[in-house]
Every structure is written in C-alpha cells, then in structure tokens.
Design a protein around this ligand. Structure first.
Ligand code: DAH
Length: 342
C-alpha cells in the first residue's frame, strides 16, 4: 500500500472513531497516542518520500497526531459526564438515593395548629417587634412603673435604655394593634418572648406565646368562655373539658386561668397535674377598660376579651417532653422525631 494511502486510512479511522466504552477509548489512546503509537514510525518514512511531497507528508502526519489527540480528549470528556467512578456506565435501573427530609420544629407544628384553629373562627394573625418599648409591653397594658405586677415578669432591658426591652409577652401586640386600629378587632399574635429567668427543665429565658384579642361592641365573658372551649376541643379532642379559675392579670378584669382535663391514668399524669388531673393551658380575661382607654379605644362603647398561652407548654403536653431546654438545643436526634410534613 502506498504510504500516502496508509496515512489516509489512519486519518479516516481517527475521524470515524466513536465510543461509549472506556476500554475502547483506552485502546484508541494506546494505538494513536501511546509511547509505541502507530503514527510515530511513519515520521521516519519521510526520507522515502520524494522531495517535492515531503512537506505535504509531514503536514499530513501532524494533522493525524493532532486530530487523534482532539478525538481522545473530546470522547473522554463525554464519557466522564455519563459515567461514575471506575469508568462504568451507570446502571439506570438502580433505585435513587433517598433525599434526607427535614422535620418541622415541634414549636412550629403546635404554633401552626393554634393559628389554624383560631383562623377558622375569624381571627387574623398580627405580628410585631421583639425589641419593644416599655410603654407597649407594660404601661399601656395597665402595668405602670411602680406596679408590683412588673415583678411577675423579669425583664431583659436594652443596655443604657430603660425605655426599651425584649418583650416579656405577646400581649405587647395588643397595645400595638389597638393604638392603630379601631374595633372590631379580632387578632392572634404568635411570637417569641423573653424573660430574665434561670434556665431549668421547667423554665427558659426565651419561649413562644400566642396572644388572642377580640374587641367589639357587646363582647362578653360568655364569648370568651365559648371561644376557649372551642379551642380546647379542637386542640385536645371533641370530649375535652375545661374549667376556669379566677386569677389576676393587670390587663384584664375579671381574669381567669383555664385548665383542661388531662386525666389521671398513670403516675406521670399524677406528677404533671399535681394529682388533680387538670392542667393549666392559658390565661385570659375581659380587657381592662383602662387598657382600652390607654390605646385610644372608647371603653363605654366597646368591650373585649384577651387570652395568652405558652406554646412550648402545649408542645410538652402533646409530645410528652419533660425538659423545655430541648426546644432550643437543636439536637437533631430530638428534632427528627417530629413529623416531616403536615
Ligand atoms: N401575658 C400573660 C403572660 O405572659 C398571658 C395572658 C394572660 C395574656 C391573660 C392575656 C390575658 O391576654 O388576658 O403570662
């Protein structure tokens, strides 16, 4: 075979080469680019080529080398995209890798549940700041500076600013809303609150509350009681029973604490209900006329009720969690135990 025909045949072989197979590609590399490749000895044939075609021959060989290299590189890049380690084509029938799903935080789960329950009877969500002015958190809520009830809630003040604090309850959103809106008002205010308390299994310096407020003409204590009963039945089941005990809050008159019947089936029930079978779930009352007046609402025309509940407490009951600190440690062994999606 003419030497030019041999070069031409090799060029065609390179141009037509295609493969999906790593082994065939390696064979191609050894044949055209390896240390004993087939192109190399052709260079020593140059001396047998007539002088006037030497240049042409040399160029053909260079093209051969060049295109072999390009073909190898592009084929290998194509293979790398579709193969896994070890150079095999992936087995497309293999099952997919499971996607690790996150779980909702128990506080979010309960919070959303509480919000849903009240939304169904016409409450809308109001949110406001956590760094709050003293006036909205305390003074407007009928708890002036010298009021003994201030001691009920140990407060974190903002350094060098006695008028500013981390809100101690979401009741602050009541005064925020009432100073800007005239009745009818029907809101719930979910959010984080802070208290300067020693952290223990039972209490924490941060936790979550949902506040409720309904102000309109003719709102009565019976409305409050029925609303709370509805909530208890939605949250704790259709047979849930509640009882209201007289209590005291500066911003409500009269005030009450609500217990839900938990039962006394085992020793734990005795322990968490202190042997009574009843568990406190929230505080509530009729909005004190002084609070309405502080916020610019006419107490002769309007009445209202309000309530406030701690979310961690409800979550601890529902999931039987016995240490409030677990909510804030972000230990995945704890968090992964709650439902992934609703
Ligand atoms: N703010 C109270 C607390 O943090 C809870 C509360 C009690 C809110 C009675 C209310 C209420 O709106 O009427 O302990």
């Amino acid at each position: 075979m003419d030497i030019f025909d041999r070069v031409k045949a090799l060029q065609e072989e390179i141009d037509q080469f295609t493969t999906q197979d790593a082994e065939a590609l390696e064979a191609f590399r050894i044949r055209f680019l390896g240390s004993k490749n087939i192109i190399k000895p052709l260079f020593s044939e140059i001396r047998n080529v007539p002088n006037e075609r030497k240049k042409e021959f040399g160029q053909l060989l260079n093209t051969l080398k060049q295109t072999a290299k390009e073909k190898y590189d592009s084929t290998r890049a194509g293979l790398a995209q579709t193969t896994q380690k070890g150079g095999d084509i992936p087995d497309l029938t293999l099952p997919g890798m499971p996607v690790a799903e996150g779980a909702f935080h128990p506080v979010s789960i309960i919070m959303d549940e509480v919000i849903d329950i009240f939304r169904r009877i016409g409450f809308s969500v109001a949110e406001d700041r956590e760094v709050e002015e003293d006036w909205y958190n305390f003074t407007a809520m009928n708890t002036p500076e010298d009021h003994p009830a201030r001691d009920m809630q140990d407060t974190f003040y903002v350094l060098n600013d006695p008028g500013r604090l981390l809100r101690t309850h979401t009741s602050s959103v009541q005064s925020r809303v009432m100073t800007t809106t005239q009745p009818p008002i029907r809101i719930i205010a979910p959010g984080r609150v802070y208290r300067n308390e020693t952290v223990s299994a039972r209490s924490h310096c941060q936790f979550h509350q949902v506040e409720g407020l309904y102000v309109a003409e003719g709102v009565s204590f019976a409305d409050l009681k029925q609303t709370i009963l509805y909530y208890a039945r939605e949250m704790y089941g259709p047979d849930a029973r509640i009882r209201l005990r007289p209590s005291y809050f500066p911003f409500t008159e009269p005030s009450a604490e609500v217990d839900v019947y938990w039962g006394l089936k085992d020793e734990t029930d005795y322990r968490i209900t202190k042997g009574t079978g009843w568990l406190e779930i929230l505080g509530c009352g009729m909005v004190d006329p002084a609070v309405l007046e502080n916020c610019g609402i006419d107490p002769d025309k309007y009445t209202g009720f309000a309530f406030g509940m701690g979310i961690e407490r409800q979550a601890m009951l529902k999931y039987r969690i016995d240490d409030i600190r677990l909510f804030f440690e972000n230990d995945r062994r704890f968090l992964s135990q709650f439902s992934a999606a609703k």
